[in-house]
Write a protein that binds this ligand. Structure first.
Ligand code: NAD
Length: 464
């Protein structure tokens, strides 16, 4: 296992100061410079794909195909989009013709906020840093990245390779655990972006509040999937299991539980069983298509949840904590107050909660915090609408799971306790920008208009 070299407190301060000075020098003002750095992110990945795959395999036991699909493609998409769209995103916008205002040429334009801080979790240790970094660079910022200490191989490799590709003064990697992150959070940033759990999200928000630093929070939650009998149940089963078992369930957009009419539960379980056997014909433990849990502590946490469930395990259920293995698991007849229905599982366990009807399903969803996504599996548009209109979430997705995050141009974000602000494309670029307004009013305007604003005001003006 890789030992991660932690950044010293002195270096953290030095990186912060260097980034600030480099930003103040004005070199990020040039769009050509930004494009060059964005392209370099692409090369940082492309030149070293095998080393990244190896690191991600060590940290998360991921198959290269899953890596390409969920981690690499997302980064290339961000890089290509920012490179292509940057001129459009950064151009000045006028307000259109207006008799009153046209001589002043009023405009607004996205300008960089300054020095950004980006803190990422372990589940997509590369994309969740390089994606927002692409947006931060497109917007003209300097940036300091704080990878997760729970993925030592990937975080170490990032600290080694990033300086070889990107400007050494503007962009830095700080590695470390709680003391290092606490130090980072004491410093003043012009924008912070944190992706991770809500407990730490609150610590980050409190630290940002001290400096009135604007913040993007990308947090987690419990994404429900409502299954209607009016559906191709085999399709629903394979998409739900793919969404729940990819990256061993460590995806913020994973379906966290399934709500199904009680009389349809047997049919759904049957379809899950068939899909499961197709996914892992030799059994999941032997399959190299199934990832591992990031740490033994997380594997033990998920095992404890499985040990405590009042539901009936129908698929999987085994755990080998020392080897960070928790079998892909389906649990049926899970009561709403079960341990699996409390905190986010963030592992390969899919509880099925039988309900009376769609109204009860909606009531279960509404009793919880707003999640990142609500999933509905149904061919009935009215059914879909009813669920989506009665609930709130970052995404409302029918007949699919997870992949909405991969669609170029669709932002990813939460609402309420699942976070605020957005990943991806223009919306993420905007997180790292502020709109600066400008106008220039010629002196002659006061003689034909706007002279009326100067005192003394008319004594008889709108007297009542
Ligand atoms: P994690 O444990 O890797 O922590 C995330 C970051 O917080 C790390 O960089 C870590 O160093 C830092 N950190 C941890 N404790 C800290 C403390 N006390 N003070 C300051 N910093 C601290 O990952 P995690 O938080 O377990 O991540 C999983 C969560 O992230 C899940 O809830 C998941 O849903 C969420 N997530 C959300 C999105 C999204 O787009 N909304 C994407 C991915 C993951």
């Amino acid at each position: 296992m890789t030992t991660l070299t932690y950044t010293s407190i002195e270096d953290i301060e030095k990186f912060h100061e260097t980034a600030r000075r480099a930003f103040d020098s004005g070199k990020t003002q040039s769009i050509e410079f930004r494009k060059d750095q964005i392209a370099q992110i692409g090369w940082l990945l492309r030149d070293n794909e095998d080393r990244w795959r190896e690191a991600l395999r060590a940290d998360l036991g991921r198959h290269p195909q899953e890596n390409d699909l969920l981690e690499f493609v997302s980064i290339y998409t961000e890089v290509n989009m920012a490179y292509k769209e940057i001129e459009k995103w950064t151009k000045a916008h006028s307000i259109g013709f207006s008799v009153n205002w046209f001589p002043m040429h009023p405009k607004y334009k996205a300008e960089p906020k300054g020095v950004a801080l980006i803190i990422a979790p372990f589940n997509f240790p590369l994309f969740l840093l390089l994606g927002p970094l692409t947006s931060a660079i497109a917007a003209g910022n300097a940036a300091v990245l704080k990878p997760s200490e729970q993925t030592p191989a990937t975080s170490q490799l990032l600290a080694e390779l990033l300086p070889k590709y990107l400007d050494n003064e503007l962009y830095h990697v700080v590695n470390g655990g709680v003391p290092e992150t606490t130090k980072v959070l004491e410093l003043k940033w012009d924008h912070s972006m944190y992706t991770g759990n809500g407990r730490v999200g609150r610590i980050v928000a409190a630290a940002a509040a001290k400096h009135l630093t604007p913040l993007t929070l990308e947090l987690g939650g419990k994404n429900p999937a409502v299954v209607d009998p009016k559906v191709d149940v085999k399709m629903a089963a394979r998409r739900l299991l793919w969404g729940r078992f990819s990256n061993a369930g460590q995806i913020c957009l994973c379906p966290e539980y399934v709500l199904v009419p009680a009389e349809f539960q047997d049919t759904l379980v049957e379809a899950f069983t068939e899909a499961y056997q197709r996914f892992y014909p030799e059994g999941p433990e032997k399959s190299d298509s199934f990832s591992r849990i990031v740490t033994t502590a997380h594997a033990a946490r998920i095992k404890r949840m499985l040990d405590g469930t009042k539901g009936k395990i129908v698929l999987g259920g085994q755990a080998d904590v020392d080897n960070r293995y928790v079998a892909p698991t389906v649990v049926r007849d899970v009561p709403v107050d079960d341990v699996l229905m409390g905190e986010e599982i963030f592992g390969p366990v899919l509880p099925i909660v039988p309900v009376k009807d769609v109204d009860e399903a909606i009531a279960v969803i509404r009793a919880k915090d707003h999640p990142l996504a609500v999933y509905v599996f149904s061919t009935d548009k009215k059914f879909q609408d009813k669920v989506f209109k009665s609930t709130k979430s970052g995404a409302a997705v029918a007949n699919e799971t997870v992949i909405s995050a991969g669609v170029p141009g669709l932002p990813v974000g939460g609402v309420g306790p699942s976070g605020y602000g957005y990943y991806s494309g223009k919306q993420c670029f905007e997180q790292f920008s502020h709109y600066r307004v400008s106008l220039d009013n010629p002196g002659w305007v006061d003689t034909v208009a706007f002279g009326f604003r100067f005192p003394p005001y008319k004594p008889d003006y709108k007297k009542h």
